[in-house]
Design a protein around this ligand. Structure first.
Ligand code: PAF
Length: 279
């Protein structure tokens, strides 16, 4: 497995793979790899393509008060996981390599990005779209694999790919959960043992919405209120939002139908976690 740090080398490696008639499947990550990322790598491998994993904590998607500086980084542990999973190449650029000091071009999706996460974290999706567009130009993937755990990100990237005509197939992968339902996330590392015990409240709230919907409740407001009530039960938890939305446009709903998505963001102590479930 090759670890490439320079954009030019990565572009050359990608062109060589293409000339040999092989497709490339890209797994974009910010590192701190866990079993959720492993599921993405395995999905990429199942496509029969050469697998590239990018590892880059993208400063452009963090606001100044957010956790960019303390975001977990361990390139040696990450590359060991990639090697074990049969990844062909890891692309791990530095900030200087990725962004010119006077970079002044940014990619914005202006509709799906505005609600939910984008409303609370206005930097997020401009940064994500910009870095994903750059990674597509650098790694030249035919397929890019994204987790459903970051559901809004998946929708925004799909929209960007459609609108900007990137010749890339977006392959979504279901969320990987701990036995008690907590969705795997690099940010779970921030949880204290007491917080960790209460973090199950996210999946509990989503499951309550799922059960009520299955039992015939289609009023979005009542489902959202029940999610709030479930979250309030955990003393360290504070709800940021709980919403049922259209699975493609993320528009808010009055009446819920099968295939819509329940999304929530919750502070557990100081750690903000997100999760979602397709109803
Ligand atoms: O989901 C992530 O880890 C990041 O948002 C991504 C897609 C790698 C862009 O930095």
């Amino acid at each position: 497995m090759e670890v490439i740090r320079s954009i030019r080398q990565m572009q050359e490696a990608a062109s060589t793979v293409k000339r040999a008639g092989r497709r490339i499947a890209l797994v974009p990550t910010m590192g701190a790899l866990h079993e959720g990322h492993v599921a993405l790598m395995r999905a990429a491998r199942s496509k029969g393509a050469a697998v590239a994993v990018s590892i880059y904590v993208n400063p452009a998607q963090f606001a100044p008060q957010e956790d960019f500086k303390r975001y977990p980084r361990d390139l040696d542990a990450d590359t060991a996981i990639c090697k074990r999973e049969g990844v062909d190449v890891v692309f791990a650029p530095t900030d200087e390599e990725m962004y010119a000091t006077n970079a002044s071009t940014w990619v914005e999706e202006s509709l799906l990005s505005r609600r939910l996460e984008g409303e609370r974290r206005p930097h997020l999706f401009g940064g994500v779209c910009t870095v994903v567009a750059k990674l597509f130009n650098i790694c030249q993937p035919d397929i890019a694999v994204f987790g459903q755990k970051d559901y809004q990100q998946l929708c925004v990237v799909r929209r960007m790919v459609r609108d900007m005509n990137f010749p890339v197939e977006i392959h979504p992968v279901p969320t990987v959960r701990e036995a008690d339902g907590l969705a795997l996330s690099s940010r779970n590392q921030y949880l204290t043992p007491m917080d960790r015990a209460q973090a199950t409240v996210l999946f509990k709230a989503l499951s309550v919405a799922q059960d009520l919907f299955n039992a015939g409740e289609i009023n979005a407001h009542r489902l959202e209120a029940q999610m709030l009530r479930t979250v309030e039960f955990a003393p360290s938890a504070r709800l940021d939002y709980a919403e049922i939305a259209d699975a493609e446009t993320l528009a808010p709903l009055h009446e819920v139908k099968r295939g819509d998505v329940a999304l929530l963001a919750v502070y557990i102590g100081k750690t903000r976690l997100i999760d979602n479930l397709i109803l």
